[in-house]
Write a protein that binds this ligand. Structure first.
Ligand code: CP
Length: 313
């Protein structure tokens, strides 16, 4: 595997899940594979889990890791070709990506959606800029439209905790004061669609329809209570509207996840989460919350993705 950009880069779900379980049991088993290799991590946006879990995964694989908060510390990058660079942008992606390729063997990039420039976001301007001009494999650490490391960690978590072959999994929108990207929801939907053994559906208020090319035939309900009935796993996430792009249409607090709504289901969220806005305290602090286990699985998701990349070098 040359890159891990999208969940479609997972060639065999079952073998990736087995490998994640193996890495969790014996984290340093493949330490030799990354020895002498450098992982560069460029962050255009904030992070806690992605940054630390990917560094830990690299450590397990024997890699040296270099991290840069590019958004604050790097030169402002130009992505357009043929531009007269006489304004704020100091460096072109063409040079930046080639230079980084000389220092690193694998490059992780985090670059969120602008939520204002839909065309640029959907073209994955930053991620694909590095993919185009770097000569090394790229690891997507959350891009404008996807978060494949999170989705893989989510799948690992469900697989570890399900007691059924065909659990009911519901993705529920919840309120949030700010406009948030679609990336986590998109990749979760994608990985659920790739695993048709799950009885998967989505619930959100009217107007929060996600990209139909991603949702495809997944059932969608505007009635959260009926959608959550008898669920085994409830994955909660806010996202802004897809149309009109990036707007907050409503913040109805009735969509917050409460213990009553959750019932016996397990609660999932990618974190960070706003307490008593997205979900009430008693759910997060209760026995049915899987959020800490999900965050732990970010290490093994990153380790499997890096391992697959290292095998192809
Ligand atoms: N879930 C997730 O990606 O967390 P961070 O934004 O803290 O990396």
């Amino acid at each position: 595997m040359k890159h891990y950009l999208h969940i479609d880069d997972i060639d065999s779900m079952s073998s990736w899940l087995s490998l994640a379980a193996e890495c969790k049991k014996e984290p340093f088993k493949y330490k030799k594979l990354g020895e002498g290799k450098v992982l560069g991590l460029l962050f255009f946006n904030n992070s806690l889990r992605t940054r630390l879990s990917t560094q830990k995964a690299a450590y397990h694989l024997g890699m040296h890791c270099m991290t840069m908060n590019f958004g604050n510390e790097g030169w402002a990058l130009e992505f357009e070709d043929g531009t007269i660079m006489d304004q704020g942008k100091a460096e072109h992606i063409r040079e930046a990506a080639q230079v980084v390729s000389q220092y690193c063997d694998v490059l992780g990039v985090r670059a969120f959606a602008s939520l204002t420039e839909k065309e640029q976001d959907e073209a994955e301007m930053v991620l694909n800029g590095f993919r185009k001009y770097a000569s090394i494999p790229i690891l997507n650490m959350e891009s404008a439209t996807g978060h494949p490391l999170q989705a893989l960690a989510d799948l690992i978590t469900i697989s570890e905790h399900t007691k059924k072959k065909n659990p009911k999994v519901v993705l529920s929108w919840a309120p949030h004061p700010r406009a948030l990207p679609h990336a986590v929801a998109n990749s979760f939907i994608g990985i659920m669609r790739q695993n048709p053994q799950f009885d998967f559906s989505i619930t959100h208020p009217p107007g929060y329809e996600l990209n139909p090319e991603i949702v495809k035939d997944v059932p969608v309900s505007y009635d959260q209570n009926s959608a959550l009935k008898d669920a085994d796993f409830v994955y909660v996430k806010n996202w802004s509207a897809y149309k009109p792009y990036g707007e907050v249409l409503n913040n109805d607090p009735h969509w917050m996840i409460t213990q009553d709504k959750l019932g016996e289901a397990s609660f999932m969220h990618c974190l960070p989460v706003r307490r008593n806005v997205i979900v009430e305290d008693s759910v997060l602090d209760g026995d049915n919350s899987l959020v800490i286990q999900q965050a732990n699985n970010r290490t093994y998701a990153a380790q499997v993705a890096l391992l697959k990349i290292l095998e192809s070098l």
